[in-house]
Design a protein around this ligand. Structure first.
Ligand SMILES: C[S@@+](CC[C@H](N)C(=O)[O-])C[C@H]1O[C@@H](n2cnc3c(N)ncnc32)[C@H](O)[C@@H]1O
Length: 221
């Protein structure tokens, strides 16, 4: 069935090829103050919990979360990024990495009482968000805490939007160091869209809005 498979093969390929240059995104000078704040804030909200990290990429956030969490089960669909993530300086036993599709979330270990997804939400089509949220909730313990971090569009800092489709999804043209270009789905949801998306599964939700980022924290029913 189409909806049980990843719907983003193009996105997967783009990130597989971008693996070695991915973390350059965290070097943008104008974003350093906010990133410093987030490197403290994200682990703080997940302190002591057993965390499922969705689409962990190169483990950039995993390394900080693992300092405070009981354990991080971090997954991504791409071996190329997981290989880099496994080399992160993380204390033994504090994180494990496995391959899983964020669309199906198959293979997620039971017992997670928290989840984190960094820069994944923006790559999910508007029409697929409800299903992502509902599947994520099903993988977690009741009352689990969820942190979702993603970008706000910032003129002059963000890559320009190249196209908008009929349902309002937006796209960017991304160029790799090799010169290859990819069209990548990248949505910038409003606070109202975020609140609507999590309302069916969240007991309480709080949106922390910065200049370049937003952090949505909610607790499952
Ligand atoms: C924008 S990166 C975010 C990486 C990491 N969370 C971070 O914040 O640094 C998006 C990640 O999604 C992964 N990805 C793409 N399609 C996926 C899918 N269907 N299931 C799981 N991960 C996927 C890519 O390999 C990439 O690592």
């Amino acid at each position: 069935m189409a909806d049980l498979k990843s719907t983003t093969p193009h996105l997967e390929r783009y990130y597989a090829k971008r693996a070695s240059e991915y973390e350059q995104i965290y070097d943008k000078p104008e974003r350093q103050n906010e990133l410093e704040w987030l490197r403290r804030r994200v682990p703080e909200i997940l302190r002591g919990r057993t965390v499922l990290e969705v689409a962990c990429g190169t483990g950039y956030w995993t390394q900080f979360i693992a300092r405070e969490a009981a354990h991080v089960h971090a997954c991504d669909i791409n071996d190329a990024v997981l290989e880099i993530a496994r080399e992160k300086p993380i204390a033994a036993g504090r994180a494990s990495f496995f391959k899983a599709d964020a669309v199906t979330l198959e293979g997620v270990p039971p017992g997670c009482d928290a989840a984190f997804a960094g820069f994944w939400w923006s790559h999910v089509k508007k029409s697929d968000i409800a299903r992502f949220v509902e599947r994520l909730a099903r993988r977690l313990a009741p009352g689990a805490l969820v942190g979702i971090l993603d970008n706000r569009f910032a003129e002059g800092s963000s890559t320009a939007i190249s196209r908008r489709d009929a349902e309002g999804n937006t796209y960017q043209m991304r160029r790799l160091a090799s010169g290859e270009e990819y069209e990548v789905l990248k949505n910038f949801p409003t606070a109202e869209e975020l609140a609507d998306a999590v309302r069916p599964i969240a007991r309480e939700a709080h949106l922390e809005t910065l200049n370049y980022y937003w952090l949505l924290v909610f607790r499952l029913r």
